[in-house]
Design a protein around this ligand. Structure first.
Ligand code: GUN
Length: 287
Protein backbone atom coordinates (compact mmCIF):
# COMPACT_ATOMS: atom_id res chain seq x y z
CA UNK A 1 0.00 0.00 0.00
CA UNK A 2 1.28 3.49 -0.81
CA UNK A 3 2.50 5.54 2.15
CA UNK A 4 0.37 8.29 3.65
CA UNK A 5 1.65 11.71 2.58
CA UNK A 6 2.22 13.96 5.60
CA UNK A 7 1.15 17.41 4.44
CA UNK A 8 3.62 19.81 6.03
CA UNK A 9 2.05 22.82 4.33
CA UNK A 10 -1.35 22.08 5.91
CA UNK A 11 0.19 21.55 9.37
CA UNK A 12 2.21 24.76 8.99
CA UNK A 13 -0.89 26.74 7.94
CA UNK A 14 -2.78 25.41 10.98
CA UNK A 15 0.05 26.35 13.36
CA UNK A 16 0.34 29.81 11.77
CA UNK A 17 -3.42 30.41 12.09
CA UNK A 18 -3.09 29.73 15.84
CA UNK A 19 -0.05 31.98 16.07
CA UNK A 20 -1.80 34.83 14.24
CA UNK A 21 -4.46 34.82 16.98
CA UNK A 22 -1.77 34.88 19.68
CA UNK A 23 0.03 37.73 17.92
CA UNK A 24 -3.23 39.73 17.81
CA UNK A 25 -3.75 39.12 21.55
CA UNK A 26 -0.20 40.26 22.31
CA UNK A 27 -0.58 43.32 20.07
CA UNK A 28 -3.78 44.26 21.94
CA UNK A 29 -1.65 44.31 25.09
CA UNK A 30 0.93 46.56 23.43
CA UNK A 31 3.49 43.92 22.44
CA UNK A 32 4.10 43.40 18.72
CA UNK A 33 6.40 40.38 18.30
CA UNK A 34 9.42 41.38 16.20
CA UNK A 35 12.23 39.45 14.57
CA UNK A 36 15.46 40.92 13.18
CA UNK A 37 16.94 38.98 10.26
CA UNK A 38 20.58 39.48 9.32
CA UNK A 39 21.51 38.46 5.78
CA UNK A 40 25.12 38.75 4.66
CA UNK A 41 26.05 38.62 0.97
CA UNK A 42 24.09 37.55 -2.08
CA UNK A 43 23.67 33.76 -1.69
CA UNK A 44 20.54 33.04 -3.79
CA UNK A 45 19.23 30.22 -1.57
CA UNK A 46 19.64 32.38 1.56
CA UNK A 47 17.79 35.23 -0.15
CA UNK A 48 14.86 32.91 -0.91
CA UNK A 49 14.79 31.58 2.68
CA UNK A 50 14.84 35.11 4.13
CA UNK A 51 12.13 36.31 1.74
CA UNK A 52 9.89 33.40 2.77
CA UNK A 53 10.49 34.05 6.48
CA UNK A 54 9.73 37.77 6.15
CA UNK A 55 6.58 37.05 4.13
CA UNK A 56 5.26 34.56 6.69
CA UNK A 57 6.00 36.98 9.53
CA UNK A 58 3.99 39.72 7.78
CA UNK A 59 1.03 37.35 7.30
CA UNK A 60 0.96 36.71 11.04
CA UNK A 61 1.36 40.34 12.10
CA UNK A 62 4.93 39.77 13.31
CA UNK A 63 7.22 42.73 12.62
CA UNK A 64 10.41 41.84 10.77
CA UNK A 65 13.47 44.03 10.41
CA UNK A 66 15.83 43.04 7.64
CA UNK A 67 19.53 43.88 7.90
CA UNK A 68 21.26 43.20 4.59
CA UNK A 69 25.02 43.51 4.73
CA UNK A 70 27.71 43.18 2.04
CA UNK A 71 29.77 39.98 1.85
CA UNK A 72 32.81 42.05 2.90
CA UNK A 73 31.30 42.95 6.29
CA UNK A 74 33.70 42.39 9.18
CA UNK A 75 33.00 40.05 12.08
CA UNK A 76 33.38 43.05 14.38
CA UNK A 77 30.64 44.96 12.55
CA UNK A 78 28.36 41.91 12.75
CA UNK A 79 29.00 41.56 16.48
CA UNK A 80 28.20 45.25 16.95
CA UNK A 81 24.90 44.84 15.10
CA UNK A 82 23.96 41.79 17.20
CA UNK A 83 24.85 43.73 20.34
CA UNK A 84 22.62 46.64 19.29
CA UNK A 85 19.72 44.25 18.56
CA UNK A 86 20.29 42.47 21.89
CA UNK A 87 19.76 45.80 23.67
CA UNK A 88 16.70 46.82 21.62
CA UNK A 89 13.66 45.99 23.78
CA UNK A 90 11.39 46.05 20.73
CA UNK A 91 13.29 43.20 19.06
CA UNK A 92 12.34 39.78 20.48
CA UNK A 93 14.12 37.48 18.04
CA UNK A 94 17.44 37.68 16.18
CA UNK A 95 18.25 35.38 13.27
CA UNK A 96 21.57 35.32 11.44
CA UNK A 97 21.03 33.57 8.13
CA UNK A 98 23.69 30.93 7.46
CA UNK A 99 26.07 30.36 5.77
CA UNK A 100 28.24 33.37 6.62
CA UNK A 101 31.31 34.34 4.55
CA UNK A 102 34.51 32.40 5.24
CA UNK A 103 36.24 35.23 7.12
CA UNK A 104 33.50 35.17 9.79
CA UNK A 105 33.29 32.59 12.60
CA UNK A 106 29.59 31.68 12.55
CA UNK A 107 29.47 30.28 16.09
CA UNK A 108 31.08 33.44 17.49
CA UNK A 109 28.36 35.57 15.87
CA UNK A 110 25.55 33.22 16.92
CA UNK A 111 26.79 32.99 20.50
CA UNK A 112 26.73 36.78 20.70
CA UNK A 113 22.91 36.59 20.50
CA UNK A 114 21.17 36.74 23.88
CA UNK A 115 19.80 33.20 24.41
CA UNK A 116 16.27 34.59 25.02
CA UNK A 117 16.37 36.17 21.52
CA UNK A 118 17.99 33.17 19.79
CA UNK A 119 14.89 32.11 17.83
CA UNK A 120 16.99 29.70 15.71
CA UNK A 121 18.06 27.88 18.88
CA UNK A 122 21.65 27.75 17.65
CA UNK A 123 23.51 29.29 20.59
CA UNK A 124 25.60 27.02 22.79
CA UNK A 125 23.33 28.08 25.67
CA UNK A 126 20.17 26.83 24.00
CA UNK A 127 21.86 23.67 22.68
CA UNK A 128 23.04 22.94 26.22
CA UNK A 129 19.63 23.64 27.75
CA UNK A 130 18.01 21.23 25.29
CA UNK A 131 20.64 18.59 26.07
CA UNK A 132 20.10 18.78 29.85
CA UNK A 133 16.31 19.10 29.64
CA UNK A 134 15.92 22.76 30.61
CA UNK A 135 13.46 25.08 28.82
CA UNK A 136 15.11 26.23 25.60
CA UNK A 137 14.47 27.80 22.24
CA UNK A 138 14.75 24.75 19.98
CA UNK A 139 16.07 24.76 16.36
CA UNK A 140 13.15 25.22 13.98
CA UNK A 141 13.66 22.34 11.54
CA UNK A 142 13.87 19.55 14.14
CA UNK A 143 11.04 21.17 16.12
CA UNK A 144 8.89 21.11 12.98
CA UNK A 145 9.82 17.46 12.34
CA UNK A 146 8.82 16.57 15.89
CA UNK A 147 5.46 18.33 15.54
CA UNK A 148 4.75 16.37 12.32
CA UNK A 149 5.73 13.09 13.98
CA UNK A 150 3.50 13.71 17.01
CA UNK A 151 0.60 14.80 14.82
CA UNK A 152 0.90 11.60 12.81
CA UNK A 153 1.88 9.05 15.47
CA UNK A 154 0.64 10.48 18.77
CA UNK A 155 2.98 9.21 21.49
CA UNK A 156 6.49 8.35 20.29
CA UNK A 157 7.37 6.50 23.50
CA UNK A 158 9.46 3.37 23.02
CA UNK A 159 9.80 3.74 19.27
CA UNK A 160 13.12 3.14 17.49
CA UNK A 161 14.18 6.40 15.84
CA UNK A 162 17.07 6.64 13.40
CA UNK A 163 18.40 10.10 12.53
CA UNK A 164 20.71 10.16 9.51
CA UNK A 165 22.93 13.24 9.80
CA UNK A 166 24.70 14.80 12.78
CA UNK A 167 24.66 18.54 12.09
CA UNK A 168 24.25 21.03 14.93
CA UNK A 169 21.24 22.52 13.09
CA UNK A 170 19.24 19.34 12.48
CA UNK A 171 20.70 15.93 13.38
CA UNK A 172 21.90 16.53 16.94
CA UNK A 173 18.89 18.57 18.18
CA UNK A 174 16.53 16.13 16.42
CA UNK A 175 18.10 13.27 18.35
CA UNK A 176 17.75 15.22 21.62
CA UNK A 177 14.07 15.93 20.95
CA UNK A 178 13.34 12.28 20.12
CA UNK A 179 15.16 11.18 23.25
CA UNK A 180 13.01 13.60 25.25
CA UNK A 181 9.96 11.79 23.78
CA UNK A 182 11.37 8.48 25.10
CA UNK A 183 12.40 7.07 21.72
CA UNK A 184 15.40 4.77 21.42
CA UNK A 185 17.61 6.97 19.27
CA UNK A 186 20.39 6.12 16.82
CA UNK A 187 22.38 8.86 15.09
CA UNK A 188 23.83 7.58 11.82
CA UNK A 189 26.22 9.52 9.57
CA UNK A 190 28.63 9.28 6.66
CA UNK A 191 30.99 6.94 8.55
CA UNK A 192 28.27 4.57 9.77
CA UNK A 193 28.91 0.98 8.70
CA UNK A 194 26.10 -0.68 6.73
CA UNK A 195 23.86 2.37 6.74
CA UNK A 196 20.94 0.57 5.02
CA UNK A 197 20.82 -1.99 7.86
CA UNK A 198 20.90 0.74 10.52
CA UNK A 199 18.15 2.71 8.74
CA UNK A 200 15.94 -0.39 8.65
CA UNK A 201 15.87 -0.36 12.47
CA UNK A 202 13.80 2.82 12.50
CA UNK A 203 10.10 2.95 13.24
CA UNK A 204 10.94 6.62 12.64
CA UNK A 205 13.56 7.56 10.06
CA UNK A 206 14.71 11.19 9.79
CA UNK A 207 16.85 11.88 6.73
CA UNK A 208 19.08 14.97 7.02
CA UNK A 209 22.14 14.18 4.92
CA UNK A 210 21.94 16.73 2.10
CA UNK A 211 22.30 14.14 -0.69
CA UNK A 212 19.54 13.91 -3.29
CA UNK A 213 17.42 10.71 -3.19
CA UNK A 214 20.12 9.03 -1.09
CA UNK A 215 17.83 6.84 1.05
CA UNK A 216 15.89 4.24 -0.93
CA UNK A 217 12.87 2.10 -0.26
CA UNK A 218 14.88 -1.02 0.61
CA UNK A 219 16.58 0.92 3.47
CA UNK A 220 13.22 1.52 5.16
CA UNK A 221 11.41 -0.65 7.69
CA UNK A 222 7.96 -1.55 6.31
CA UNK A 223 5.39 0.81 7.79
CA UNK A 224 7.96 3.29 9.14
CA UNK A 225 7.29 7.03 9.36
CA UNK A 226 9.85 8.82 7.20
CA UNK A 227 10.71 12.50 7.64
CA UNK A 228 12.68 13.94 4.75
CA UNK A 229 14.60 17.07 5.74
CA UNK A 230 16.58 17.32 2.48
CA UNK A 231 16.08 20.17 0.02
CA UNK A 232 18.32 19.45 -2.99
CA UNK A 233 18.06 21.20 -6.34
CA UNK A 234 18.81 18.80 -9.20
CA UNK A 235 18.84 19.14 -12.98
CA UNK A 236 16.27 16.94 -14.65
CA UNK A 237 14.70 16.85 -18.11
CA UNK A 238 16.32 20.11 -19.19
CA UNK A 239 15.04 21.97 -16.10
CA UNK A 240 15.66 21.86 -12.38
CA UNK A 241 13.56 20.66 -9.46
CA UNK A 242 13.72 20.17 -5.70
CA UNK A 243 14.09 16.66 -4.29
CA UNK A 244 14.65 15.34 -0.79
CA UNK A 245 17.27 13.06 0.73
CA UNK A 246 14.82 10.17 0.30
CA UNK A 247 13.98 8.54 -3.01
CA UNK A 248 10.26 9.25 -2.75
CA UNK A 249 9.05 6.79 -5.38
CA UNK A 250 10.66 3.67 -3.86
CA UNK A 251 10.20 4.85 -0.25
CA UNK A 252 6.46 5.40 -0.70
CA UNK A 253 6.03 1.70 -1.52
CA UNK A 254 7.53 0.63 1.83
CA UNK A 255 6.96 3.40 4.39
CA UNK A 256 3.74 3.86 6.34
CA UNK A 257 3.96 7.64 5.97
CA UNK A 258 6.35 10.10 4.39
CA UNK A 259 6.83 13.87 4.14
CA UNK A 260 7.04 15.13 0.55
CA UNK A 261 9.65 17.54 -0.82
CA UNK A 262 8.63 20.26 -1.36
CA UNK A 263 5.63 20.69 0.97
CA UNK A 264 6.81 18.62 3.94
CA UNK A 265 9.36 19.81 6.48
CA UNK A 266 10.17 23.13 4.73
CA UNK A 267 6.93 24.98 5.58
CA UNK A 268 7.12 23.67 9.16
CA UNK A 269 10.61 25.15 9.62
CA UNK A 270 9.31 28.64 8.89
CA UNK A 271 6.17 28.12 10.99
CA UNK A 272 8.37 27.04 13.92
CA UNK A 273 10.49 30.17 13.52
CA UNK A 274 7.27 32.14 14.00
CA UNK A 275 6.40 29.90 16.98
CA UNK A 276 9.78 30.63 18.58
CA UNK A 277 9.42 34.35 17.89
CA UNK A 278 6.01 34.49 19.58
CA UNK A 279 7.38 32.44 22.52
CA UNK A 280 10.36 34.81 22.81
CA UNK A 281 8.08 37.87 22.73
CA UNK A 282 5.89 36.38 25.45
CA UNK A 283 8.84 35.49 27.66
CA UNK A 284 10.50 38.90 27.26
CA UNK A 285 7.32 40.85 27.95
CA UNK A 286 6.16 38.60 30.81
CA UNK A 287 2.84 37.89 29.03
N1 GUN B 1 20.58 28.29 6.68
C1 GUN B 1 20.03 27.11 6.34
N2 GUN B 1 19.09 26.76 7.25
C2 GUN B 1 19.07 27.73 8.17
C3 GUN B 1 18.31 27.95 9.35
O1 GUN B 1 17.45 27.15 9.75
N3 GUN B 1 18.58 29.08 10.03
C4 GUN B 1 19.52 29.96 9.63
N4 GUN B 1 19.72 31.04 10.37
N5 GUN B 1 20.23 29.80 8.54
C5 GUN B 1 20.01 28.69 7.82
Amino acid sequence: MAAVRIDGKAHADELCARLAKEVAELAAKGVVPAIAVILVGEDPASQVYVRNKVRRAAELGIRSLEHRLPVSVSQEALLELVDRLNRDAEVHGILVQLPLPEHVDPQAVIDAIRPEKDVDGFTVQNAGRLAVGQPALVPCTPLGCLMLLKAHLGSLEGLEAVVVGRSNIVGKPMAQLLLRENCTVTIAHSKTRDLPRVCRRGDILVAAVGRPRFIRGDWIKPGATVIDVGINRISEGGGSRLVGDVDEASAARVAGAITPVPGGVGPMTIACLMYNTVAAARAQSGL
